[in-house]
Design a binder for this molecule. Sequence first.
Ligand SMILES: [Zn+2]
Length: 233
Amino acid sequence: MTLAALIDDLVSANHILYNEGVVDGFGHVSVRHPERADRYFLARSIAPAVVKREDIMEFDLESDAIERGPRPYLERFIHGEIYRARRDVHAVVHSHSPSVIPFSVTGTRLQPIFHLGGFLGAGAPIFEIREAGGPETDMLIRTPDLGVALASTLGSAAYALMRGHGSVAVGVSLKQAVFRAIYAEVNARLQANASRLGEITFLNAAEAANAAATNDQMVDRPWELWKKRVSGS
Ligand SMILES: [Zn+2]
């Protein structure tokens, strides 16, 4: 894929995540530079739904902009520090998608309730900002140190919750990270609904891993649908 095509996909990812109810005025998605592992692309501080090619900025892993430009997102350290910690990760979505938030504050673990949530594995880890930032933060990942702490909680997982704030989804590609961000939100909705009906049988470890491996081969299909919805064609 050419760099221009990748940037086009990044713009599409912004629009898709808005259209599917994962981001609103807030939240962001980035992609690692395909030729320079120590750089990534992320929009300037702007609502995802209105991102255009010219809004995309390039950053190093300190999350400093390569060229002086417009104001970047305060929470860009989420992206830089995850790319530094996880060589396998090539895309990151940070959002405040609403259905997952209750699972960050109640002690009820977000777990794979259906095959499309298989990437949740044994359950999403939860980042507690008080452990790294003390009791008086504004909840935002606004420093490199907080980004390092979040990446540490994420560990080798595909998805992590941030207590009282939101989540991060990572992937080997933009399509995989977007898939995970969208289906984590769906999984959370289903899990909350099912919990009102009775005790839930979750996917076991083997089912979750096998389902995730199968889904990883199919990320193109929903991406084409989601893209069609935002392009209107
Ligand atoms: Zn945030």
